[in-house]
Design a protein around this ligand. Structure first.
Ligand code: FE2
Ligand code: FE2
Length: 283
């Protein structure tokens, strides 16, 4: 087995040690909202729609688990950039949030009648190091990509899903995720505020960010939007259970980039609009 692939079954269970109590204390203290019900009732829905919802939460569990590694690595890059103590601590909190989200997805799988287990590659993909960049530039690039871009799209999609979905149990569990993702999406803009003076003093670093964004916008478009898709008509049950419509999800990506991410970055003197219009993969 090569080192870039180690398949393991990841579950959402706790150890039978004092670590479980410590984790539960943290979970309670950092929860932003509660839940109203612990039981999922599949009876009102078509079985195929329930199966699709279960699969969506299984994939979500895998993605949330992997997101932990991104923020955990980014915390190290913030250390190298000598970021403020609060920024470093909140980045670690965000890594921990994603672990809680993994547990939340596991709870949903159990409530939907299956084990909270997912077989996945547990090798941590290394974060981009942006060779020849300063530590400050490297951290800014990865913060912008992961939070101002990726997490902002996640927030917009969760808001849209919550707008439509009706199942009380799954609504609760989606709201738990969204409550944290809002902070994750805002993190980069707070971080840029903290670095505004530095950016003003280093116009060459701002130009470097703009060059990076030309590439980053193209990459994230492939990752989160992909090629145009044919719209599908969802059933009433699929909508009630929070299943997305692919074309609508794709449209939310473009709306988020054009109406939230780009203007948000431009507030800091970064010409993100030009980078977005000229987006393409660079060597
Ligand atoms: Fe998450
Ligand atoms: Fe997140």
């Amino acid at each position: 087995m090569s080192d870039d692939k180690i398949e393991r079954v990841v579950d959402a269970t706790l150890s039978d040690t004092p670590l479980a109590k410590e984790y539960a204390t943290l979970r309670e203290q950092l929860a932003r909202c509660g839940t109203t019900t612990d039981a999922f009732d599949p009876k009102p829905y078509d079985a195929r729609a329930v199966d699709a919802a279960r699969e969506m939460w299984r994939v979500r569990m895998e993605v949330e688990h992997r997101s932990t590694t991104v923020f955990a690595q980014l915390a190290s890059q913030l250390m190298e950039a000598n970021a403020s103590l609060d920024a470093k601590a909140v980045m670690l909190r965000m890594a921990y949030d994603e672990m809680r989200h993994t547990e939340n997805c596991g709870d949903v799988l159990r409530a939907m009648g299956v084990e909270a287990k997912v077989e996945t590659n547990v090798v941590c993909a290394p974060l981009a190091v942006h060779k020849n960049s300063s530590p400050e530039q490297r951290a800014l690039r990865n913060v912008i990509y992961t939070t101002c871009m990726s997490e902002m799209v996640a927030v917009a999609r969760f808001v849209d899903t919550l707008d439509e979905m009706e199942d009380p149990y799954l609504r609760d569990r989606t709201r738990l995720l969204l409550a944290d993702e809002i902070l994750h999406g805002q993190f980069g803009f707070h971080y840029l505020t903290a670095w505004k003076d530095w950016l003003d003093q280093h116009p060459d670093e701002v130009r470097s960010l703009e060059r990076y964004l030309v590439h980053a916008f193209a990459v994230i478009e492939t990752m989160l939007a992909g090629p145009p898709v044919r719209p599908i008509e969802r059933t009433k049950d699929e909508i009630a259970l929070g299943l997305p419509e692919p074309e609508r999800s794709r449209d939310i990506f473009f709306q988020t980039m054009e109406h939230a991410t780009v203007p948000g970055l431009e507030r800091f003197g970064i010409d993100a609009g030009k980078s977005w219009r000229e987006r393409r993969r660079l060597a």
